[in-house]
Design a protein around this ligand. Structure first.
Ligand code: NAD
Length: 248
């Protein structure tokens, strides 16, 4: 299904991004992952993909999605080397939780720089080539807290709500160019982000989830592949919720 397709996943060295890369590795797609900090984690993710598909093409690119110039340069480098990016998965994201009364300006800014400016930087650097090719799939990872809010996450949940506006506007701009723009809104998924939650909070959320469990990164990854595939070619401007029924 993804023969000759080039996929770029931001924040692809761990958690949901890594699961997305591994899921694509099961197809014939060329998988490029972006990461910022750990070379080791990125190398391990690439090794795991190679184990899944020894004949596949997998490469990691180190850049900070919140830095416009760095992102533009690296994506230009990718486009020079691979000639196109068919599928962009805007997955990189951070939390800097604090009750609003105590929230520092830096905590607000940092989360916006990565979670929203990062999506602008990556999409802006990729979109011209998608328009030229009259083909593209842009999928951004929002969050259930962008829909329902969460104490201590006024910064994070604002960025995740913003992805709704971004997705719906861009879908309207790019539909005529055969570019689908969608988002996925995961609920609580077992990754480093949720690992740090106190047990009392985890228990509280668990009681609110009809399916009575946190999701796995693979649950999100499989839906990313659906939105990246031509099985969903008539879906655009949509936000797919993967939250075990937590918020519908
Ligand atoms: P994670 O912390 O395991 O992964 C986040 C990834 O983003 C990491 O690979 C990290 O290196 C990368 N990243 C952070 N800052 C970056 C930057 N400046 N440039 C490039 N990469 C950067 O968390 P995760 O749970 O896998 O989160 C992935 C996405 O899913 C995030 O956007 C997150 O907000 C969203 N999400 C997660 C959950 C959950 O429960 N885990 C729920 C809803 C949404």
């Amino acid at each position: 299904m993804f023969d000759n397709k080039i996929v770029l996943v931001t924040g692809g060295s761990r958690g949901i991004g890594k699961a997305v890369g591994l899921e694509f590795a099961k197809t014939n797609a060329t998988v490029l992952i972006n990461y910022t900090s750990s070379d080791d984690a990125a190398n391990k993710a690439i090794e795991e993909m190679k184990k899944i598909n020894p004949n596949g093409t997998f490469e990691s690119f180190k850049f900070d999605v919140s830095n416009y110039q760095e992102t533009e340069n690296e994506i230009k480098h990718i486009l020079d080397k691979y000639s196109k990016i068919d599928i962009l998965v805007n997955n990189a994201g951070i939390t800097r939780d604090s009750l609003f009364m105590r929230m520092k300006e830096s905590q607000w800014d940092e989360v916006f720089e990565v979670n929203i400016k990062g999506i602008f930087n990556c999409t802006k650097s990729v979109v011209r080539s998608m328009v030229k090719n009259q083909y593209g799939k842009i999928i951004s990872i929002s969050s259930v807290v962008g829909e329902m809010g969460n104490p201590g996450q006024a910064n994070y949940s604002s960025t995740k709500s913003a992805i709704y506006g971004f997705t719906k506007s861009l879908a309207k701009e790019l539909g005529s160019k055969n570019i689908n723009v969608n988002a996925i809104s995961p609920g609580f998924i077992e990754t480093d982000i949720t690992d740090v939650l106190p047990d009392s909070i985890k228990t509280k959320y668990m009681e609110m989830i009809p399916l009575a469990k946190f999701g796995l990164p693979e649950d999100v990854a499989k839906s990313v592949l659906f939105l990246a595939s031509d099985d969903s070619s008539y879906i655009t401007g949509e936000v797919l919720k993967i939250n075990g029924g937590l918020y519908t």
